[in-house]
Design a protein around this ligand. Structure first.
Ligand code: NAI
Ligand code: NM2
Ligand code: NA
Length: 504
């Protein structure tokens, strides 16, 4: 892909179909994770802007041009958005890479996934028209019933920085497909492409207020959305700590939430695998793709003892081929961490692991050839025990920790030895072993002989402290629908529960 020369657009908040300066006129600098320089700025919304956006969303629902649309009409908007994303793919990919530090290659993948998600939910929006009203046959003469699926209302979508436009799309696309009016609050650490989504919505003529985009800080722009009485639901992807705050604030209004909160996912490797390199590559990809900043990263390698030393040797050989460079460089496979704060956090996890007695098998530091930017070498940590922080806590960086096992029971116990429950992976040639693990793993996502491949049609989400609810697939659409039952009494006679005065 040729790297286009892009300028970072200077945008305002996207409210009611137009660009609006934040009431308090605040802005937040954009800091390049690759160079540590300020490369632009984004508007910072506050409570006042949230109020204006919620009103705009409510008006959109009340207006025929959005509130009375059929799924087929909404599908047209979604397809137009998908087409614009593809048209601007190389530019958007570069903006994403500049903003969050992911490799240009991965950013381009994300843009394909973004367009595919909009197209997928366009199909589901169309299909919704025939499911909008579903009769339920009670086999009774005096009652006729049906169930309606309606848009839930005004929804707040709060999203993270690791897949900025993709994570926003996983919520925006189904919310619009369902006919909701949405307010998107992207992460302050990476908002550029989400603001461009605003420009795309304007260009395709999405009715004003159907999607509003408020960039800004979590406590200033996210929290007022959660506690706003006219926001009917919050869908969130991000950290556990923020998830707890959101659920607590939403509870005061009995507001539904879905939470996708990351994890500490295991990858179990058995000694019966035919091709060691295949397992090695998925292990690397599962933990070092997107510099390990993936909620489903398989960051705990659980390795059968009989192949442990051979496997680790292969890992070390493969790791040498991971090109660490500016994420825009060709063949870059590991870019910087998103921000200085996250960078410091990752390095602290590594030094704490050392202090607790673990061995840094490789990496553990800033790569010598990168003088600027928040780069961390791909890091493998061994001699880990289950009470160490590195075993228990999500690092969100390119850090893999390793433990070995002898028996299957031991492997299952280690895999589930976590408060999280998002994903797990198993590598074995034995289908029955994999089926036993599929049953035993306490997670919402299971990868068999791979790690991370994600398809729009399948439910995405976890259990335990990884949260609840599912993005993607038909489950993603259900998040934004209100289910209403209608029961009609069809007899012409009174019900006869009371004694009728007209009868003697
Ligand atoms: N599950 C996942 O995909 C992600 C997990 N994380 C985890 O979170 C850690 C910290 O990253 P952060 O950027 O601080 O995550 P965060 O959870 O604070 O940020 C996610 C979103 O929540 C918003 N937010 C923050 N405080 C809020 C509040 N009180 N009310 C409403 N919205 C609020 C943020 O502005 C952002 O849009 C990472 O090291 C990683 O472990 C981070 C990003 C994604
Ligand atoms: C599966 N993948 C890597 C495309 C996206 C993971 C989403 C996340 O980190 O929340
Ligand atoms: Na950024």
């Amino acid at each position: 892909m040729a790297i286009p020369n892009v300028r970072i657009p200077s945008r305002q908040l996207y409210i009611d179909g137009e660009w609006r300066e934040p009431v308090k006129k605040n802005r937040i600098p954009i800091i390049s994770p690759a160079t540590e320089e300020i490369i632009g700025e984004i508007p910072a919304a506050t409570e006042e802007d949230v109020d204006i956006a919620v009103e705009a969303a409510r008006r959109a629902l009340a207006r025929d041009d959005w509130g009375s649309t059929t799924g087929a009409q909404r599908a047209k908007y979604l397809r137009a958005i998908a087409a614009k994303i593809l048209e601007r793919k190389s530019e958007l990919a570069k903006l994403e890479s500049l903003d969050c530090g992911k490799t240009l290659f991965e950013a381009a993948w994300d843009m394909d996934d973004v367009a595919a998600s909009f197209e997928y939910y366009a199909d589901l929006a169309e299909a919704l028209d025939s499911k909008r009203k579903t009769p339920v046959d009670l086999h009774l003469d005096s009652f006729k019933t049906y169930v309606l699926r309606e848009p839930l209302g005004v929804v707040g979508l709060i999203t993270p920085w690791n897949y900025p436009l993709l994570m926003a799309t996983w919520k925006v696309a189904p919310a619009l497909a369902a006919g909701c009016a949405a307010i998107l609050k992207p992460s302050e650490l990476a908002s550029i492409t989400c603001l461009e989504l605003g420009e795309i919505c304007r260009e395709v003529g999405l009715p004003p207020g159907a999607l509003n985009i408020l960039t800004g800080l979590g406590p200033e722009a996210g929290a007022p959305l959660v506690s706003h009485p006219h926001v009917d639901k919050i869908a969130f992807t991000g950290s556990g700590a923020t998830g707890v705050k959101i659920m607590t604030a939403a509870a005061q209004l009995v507001k539904p939430v879905t939470l996708e909160l990351g994890g500490k996912s295991p990858i179990v490797v058995f000694d019966d695998i035919d091709n060691l390199d295949l397992a090695v590559e998925w292990t690397l990809f599962g933990c070092f793709a997107n510099a390990g900043q993936v909620c489903s990263a398989t960051s705990r390698l659980i390795l059968q003892e009989s192949i442990a030393s051979e496997f680790l040797e292969r890992l070390l050989l493969w790791i040498k081929n991971i090109k660490i460079s500016d994420p825009l460089e060709e063949d870059c496979k590991l870019g910087p961490i998103v921000s200085s704060g996250q960078y410091e956090k990752v390095l602290k996890f590594i030094s704490k692991a050392k202090d607790e007695g673990a061995t840094i098998l490789c990496g553990g530091e800033r790569p010598q050839h990168m003088k600027k930017g928040y780069y961390v070498q791909p890091t493998i940590i061994t001699d880990v025990n289950t009470s160490m922080e590195i075993w228990k806590e999500e690092v969100f960086g390119p850090v893999l920790c390793v433990k070995t096992f002898k028996t299957e029971e031991e492997a299952i116990e280690l895999a589930n030895d976590t408060k999280y429950g998002l994903a797990s992976a198993i590598m074995s040639k034995d289908v029955e072993t994999c089926e036993r693990f599929t049953k035993a793993f306490q997670t919402g996502i299971i990868w068999f002989n791979c790690s991370q491949p994600t398809f729009t049609q399948l439910p995405w989400g976890g259990r335990k402290r990884s949260g609840f609810g599912r993005d993607l697939g038909e489950w993603g659409l259900e998040n934004y629908l209100n289910i209403k039952q209608v029961t009609q009494y069809t007899s012409v006679e009174p019900w006869a529960f009371y004694k009728s005065p007209s009868k003697v």
